[in-house]
Design a protein around this ligand. Structure first.
Ligand SMILES: NC(=O)c1ccc[n+]([C@@H]2O[C@H](COP(=O)([O-])OP(=O)(O)OC[C@H]3O[C@@H](n4cnc5c(N)ncnc54)[C@H](O)[C@@H]3O)[C@@H](O)[C@H]2O)c1
Length: 279
């Protein structure tokens, strides 16, 4: 028997950004996805095909994000993908979920208050979502490995170092904070009790021999896409667990996987990439 798959009607928020362009490019070429609209604060009226490098004009013109509600009513998307800025995501994804649209959110640095409110909306509006600070397969494997390694090396010193391009708006990165959460969960400690955010001159120094703290550090330089490193240091030896994003394709392909995953979900909750990747 032939199996017919239903096209996923997709709305893209932030299609002119670094991530938005890549996701638009992949989505426009994917035969399981029908891009029905794209909204941004810039390039209003421009053709999404040209903006995203497909170099083929298509019917989608970039709409003004201020008319998001009208765009939703007109195009009836099933799924929205948002890689923008935290304040915008908090406003726009709320509008989307209130309209029963399933969200895939890659934006980082949303507030805990928003996430709590969003989780309630996901349940009441019956619109499941994926939220992940890092949609790369390798990083999600790194989370899993960090959890395992931490349990074996729970009396070693642990430090997290993240490096990103000089345009990055937030620090620490959402990914490094997720690594921190993963390690604290494995150690069964509260992160407030154990974390030292940076070790600048004279501040945040590790007390001599202290084992009960995790240092987290960030570097902003050039056009580095993203590097996350965890150092586990014992006596006379150390292990480094490191993920390097060479380009943004790994995040964009992850976002497309998340879009296809959430389109099929019936359980009204917030999923993570580990669910998408079945880790
Ligand atoms: N989850 C992941 O795998 C992953 C990977 C890379 C980046 N990110 C995150 O995704 C977000 C975007 O990253 P980027 O590198 O593409 O940034 P970018 O600055 O290149 O793009 C941001 C986009 O948001 C749009 N925008 C700005 N203000 C807006 C508003 N008020 N309403 C709607 N749209 C608005 C911009 O016009 C642009 O299209 C950041 O939060 C970044 O940390 C997540």
């Amino acid at each position: 028997m032939e199996v017919y798959s239903i096209l996923i009607k997709l709305l893209i928020l932030g299609p002119t950004g670094s991530m938005g362009k890549l996701i638009s490019n992949l989505a426009l070429k994917d035969n399981e996805i029908d891009v029905v609209a794209a909204c941004d604060v810039t390039h209003i009226g421009d053709d999404l095909g040209f903006i995203s490098g497909v170099n083929d004009p298509n019917k989608i013109k970039i709409s003004d994000i201020n008319y998001l509600q009208e765009v939703i009513v007109e195009t009836k998307p099933d799924v929205v993908v948002d890689f923008t800025v935290a304040k915008a995501t908090e406003k726009n994804c709320k509008i989307c979920v209130e309209n029963g649209i399933k969200c895939v959110i890659g934006t980082t640095a949303m507030t805990q208050d928003f996430l709590d409110e969003f989780e309630k909306l996901v349940k009441t509006k019956k619109a499941p979502a994926v939220i992940s600070p890092n949609m790369a397969t390798g990083v999600n494997i790194l989370f899993k490995m960090a959890s395992i390694l931490t349990k074996y090396l729970n009396d070693w010193d642990i430090e997290i170092i993240e490096t990103h391009h000089n345009r990055k708006q937030d620090n620490f990165s959402g990914t490094s904070l997720k690594i921190l959460d993963t390690i604290c969960e494995a150690l069964e400690v509260k992160k407030e009790d154990i974390t030292k955010y940076g070790r600048t001159r004279g501040k945040g120094l590790r007390e001599k021999g202290a084992k009960n703290e995790i240092g987290i550090h960030c570097i902003r330089a050039g056009d580095i896409v993203g590097e996350h490193k965890i150092i586990y240091a014992g006596s006379g030896e150390y292990i480094e667990l490191k993920h390097t994003a060479i380009n943004r394709n790994c995040f964009a392909t992850g976002a497309i996987r998340a879009i296809k995953f959430i389109a099929k979900q019936k359980e009204n909750k917030i999923f993570e990439m580990k669910d998408v990747l079945n880790l």
